[in-house]
Design a protein around this ligand. Structure first.
Ligand SMILES: Nc1ncnc2c1ncn2[C@@H]1O[C@H](COP(=O)(O)OP(=O)(O)OP(=O)(O)O)[C@@H](O)[C@H]1O
Ligand SMILES: [Mg+2]
Length: 373
């Protein structure tokens, strides 16, 4: 079986490293503080937090995972949030009663699916969800918890809170949860610039309301060891230099490292038994070919100036605003470049890291270099 996993939450043995980050997450939350975790897309945020939750559950916390991605209205917020809470209750009957008591305008119900697993549904009594109902739902975890049973709530893709009536809901949520004595929150999300604005901009409701962790890429040395060990399980040879080349082609991003490694494993398992650069190049090109329709469409969607800028960024991601850069890539005024770049960042094509920029998807960059530059 292919020893590389990508696209889902990974657990051991597919998960490695992050020991310091794990400790910090567990200690911060167990110590009664809130936390925000920043990292670009596909760096391993969800996997890391789920792993931390395992430790926190062992310590006696009730950990509830909630994903804003599936929320698009007040109703869906109530449904997803309430169901996430109910799924973690040991005494379901009394929890259903408690929810109905605390939130007068909803009726949670329990049924069982074909496999006999519990399934919750929510009946709404109000035609239009009132602020009072929203207040009560947000307060539910505090009401159900207590001195003896503390809750930790993970709010994944938290920047998607925007979908709920913009900053009003953000204010409402903040005003409520700041009074929660027995519940701590960890916020995470993959749109770093949006999330960071929520927590560092003085005019936003969540300003300064949580400790912050900036998740970086996995350390190169440990990544190389992981790759060599995993390939050796199938008796496939990989030396350090080639492993390092694989990491580089995958842009150093955990998801793409496992994606490319998985393709390499697939390619090599029936052929030669040693991975070399040639194999890695062939597999990278295969990934680009597989995704080329999507990449072409993504490229076509950009304005003419953004296309020009993307080609420049594919060649060099540093000193983008210098005079030399503009001259070399025949760019217009700084303000024009800034506007185009903001568009690319907002649509998730480009990530901003300090003063440097990088492609969200390293294979899109390679696609541009191969076919567009
Ligand atoms: N610690 C790790 N060890 C090994 N692989 C990892 C690790 N963290 C992440 N990965 C790889 O990255 C992939 C994405 O992980 P995960 O979904 O946790 O990231 P994410 O940052 O939450 O992504 P998204 O931005 O899509 O929400 C995993 O499927 C796995 O291939
Ligand atoms: Mg995630």
């Amino acid at each position: 079986m292919n020893p590389f996993v990508y696209g889902t939450v990974v657990k051991e043995p597919n998960f490695f490293d992050r020991k310091d980050e794990l400790k910090r997450i567990v200690n911060t939350l167990a110590g009664g503080n809130n936390l925000v975790l920043y990292a670009p897309r596909r760096y391993g945020k969800t996997s890391l937090v789920i792993k931390a939750m395992e430790s926190l559950t062992t310590l006696g916390f009730v950990c509830i995972y909630f994903d804003f991605m599936s929320v698009y209205s007040r109703e869906s917020f109530i449904e997803v949030f309430t169901k996430a809470i109910l799924s973690k209750q040991s005494n379901i009957d009394s929890a259903l009663e408690a929810v109905a008591k605390f939130v007068k305008s909803i009726k949670p119900k329990l049924s069982f699916d074909q496999n006999g697993l519990p399934e919750f549904s929510i009946d709404f009594i109000e035609h239009k969800i009132s602020d009072k109902t929203m207040d009560a739902v947000i307060d539910l975890p505090e009401k159900l918890s207590g001195e003896k049973k503390k809750y930790i709530i993970i709010m994944d893709e938290f920047q998607d809170i925007d979908k709920l009536n913009g900053e009003n809901f953000e204010k409402l949520l903040r005003s409520k949860i700041q009074h929660h004595a027995n519940v701590n929150y960890i916020f995470l999300g993959s749109r770093t610039h949006l999330l960071s604005d929520m927590f560092t901009n003085k005019s936003r409701a969540f300003y300064n309301s949580a400790f912050a962790i900036n998740l970086t890429a996995l350390p190169i040395k440990d990544t190389i060891k992981f790759l060599i060990d995993r390939f050796s399980l199938s008796n496939i040879g990989l030396d350090e230099e080639t492993a390092s080349y694989l990491v580089e082609r995958a842009g150093g991003i955990p998801y793409y490292i496992q994606f490319l490694a998985s393709e390499v494993w697939q390619y090599i398992i029936n052929q030669k038994q040693i991975v070399d650069k040639e194999v890695i190049n062939a597999c990278s090109n295969k990934i680009i070919d597989l995704k080329s329709d999507y990449y072409l469409e993504l490229f076509d969607r950009q304005t003419a100036y953004q296309k020009k800028l993307l080609k420049a960024l594919a060649l060099s991601e540093t000193n983008v605003f210098s005079a030399d850069y503009a001259k070399k890539y025949r760019l217009s005024a700084q303000s024009t470049t800034q506007k185009a770049l903001t568009g690319l960042i907002n649509s998730g094509v480009i990530e901003k890291n300090g003063n440097d920029y990088s492609f969200d998807d390293p294979f899109f960059k390679q696609f541009i270099l191969r076919f567009m530059a």
